[in-house]
Ligand binder design. Structure first.
Ligand SMILES: Nc1nc2c(ncn2[C@@H]2O[C@H](COP(=O)(O)OP(=O)(O)O)[C@@H](OP(=O)(O)OP(=O)(O)O)[C@H]2O)c(=O)[nH]1
Length: 213
């Protein structure tokens, strides 16, 4: 049976989100979108295209081996559709945030194709994978408060996506204790970025409290 045929008629694509048709969008929402020019749209699509090429052979760690690109696109989705962040540099950086950390992409490439500002945001969101894991995780807690506002937005949306993923379909080999550890560590990172974006922080608090209660 095709995927389309197996879906019930009103299957919600985003179960926890109020479903709105474009024609129902608020006047202020329309204005926020129209304030941006074609260059913003082109930049975001260019970043999506770049990230898709770079992550093309990668899978997520879940049993279904979901294509990795679902993650950066999902982070950009959370920022735009949930947190109502429409800054094209932030959205492009969200698309690109794992390219240097997880593929052979260099910071110079990011700078060449996307400019200094997006380069800087991506750099702030990139862990040094040559460091031992415990050190990397500790550094995320220590560095979080000092990040720029734009990098904090990407980092918060990244954590929210990964926590939802850990809840939905944890990486293969993660038992309940490992999932809980990831929630505890994420709580410590997120705590350093309070006051960045209310919507993201409420959603993070809710999912973290649910798992650490
Ligand atoms: N929950 C979840 N995470 C997955 C999955 N597939 C890949 N990941 C990635 O794995 C990382 C979390 O796994 P860990 O074992 O804690 O960290 P590590 O891969 O960096 O060593 C996250 O990377 P990260 O981008 O560096 O994020 P973060 O560790 O900074 O939060 C996340 O994006 C999946 O199916 N579910």
């Amino acid at each position: 049976m095709s995927e389309k045929a197996s879906n019930p008629p009103n299957y919600p694509v985003y179960p926890d989100l109020e479903e709105k048709k474009p024609s129902e969008s608020s006047a202020s929402g329309k204005k926020a979108f129209m304030d941006h020019g074609p260059e913003d749209m082109a930049l975001v699509v260019k970043a999506a295209d770049f990230a898709t090429r770079k992550h093309r052979f990668q899978k997520r760690k879940d049993l279904a081996q979901t294509p990795y690109i679902n993650h950066p696109i999902g982070v950009a989705f959370i920022l735009t559709n949930e947190a109502k962040v429409f800054d094209s540099a932030v959205i492009a950086a969200a698309m690109l945030h794992d390219t240097v950390e997880d593929t052979k992409t260099t910071f110079d490439e990011i700078k060449e194709h996307f400019g200094q500002e997006i380069h800087d945001i991506v750099k702030e969101c990139t862990d040094d994978k040559s460091l031992p894991k415990q050190t990397r995780k500790q550094l995320q807690i220590e560095h979080a408060a000092g990040h720029s506002h734009k990098a904090k937005l990407v980092k918060l949306a990244d954590k929210l996506y990964n926590l939802r993923d850990a809840e939905r379909a944890a990486p293969v080999g993660w038992d309940k204790r490992r999932v809980k550890e990831y929630f505890k560590w994420s709580k410590d990172v997120v705590a350093q970025m309070k006051g960045t974006n209310e919507t993201l922080e409420i959603a993070l608090d809710q999912i973290i409290n649910k798992h650490l209660a």
